[in-house]
Design a protein around this ligand. Structure first.
Ligand SMILES: [Zn+2]
Length: 73
């Protein structure tokens, strides 16, 4: 079994068995991987790439700051 998200965004590929592939298919190992720091970060990177720039948190924040600056001047 592999984790495609962790393969795409490997952080600790030497320690993450789901990057190389594992034959350990018990639910406890899969659940542990799902909540691991490396998997969560890989998911965040994947989500960030799939989010259009105009919908990103950074863009929304900059737009709000720009509006606030324009109304205060
Ligand atoms: Zn993963």
């Amino acid at each position: 079994m592999i984790c495609s998200v962790c393969q795409q965004f490997p952080r600790d590929k030497d320690e993450n068995a789901f990057v190389k592939g594992t034959t350990y298919l018990k639910i406890d190992g899969i659940q542990a991987h799902e909540v691991s720091e490396s998997h969560i970060q890989a998911n965040s990177r994947d989500s960030a790439l799939k989010t259009p720039v105009h919908r990103s948190a950074a863009c929304k924040t900059l737009t709000a700051l720009k509006r606030q600056t324009m109304t205060n001047s």
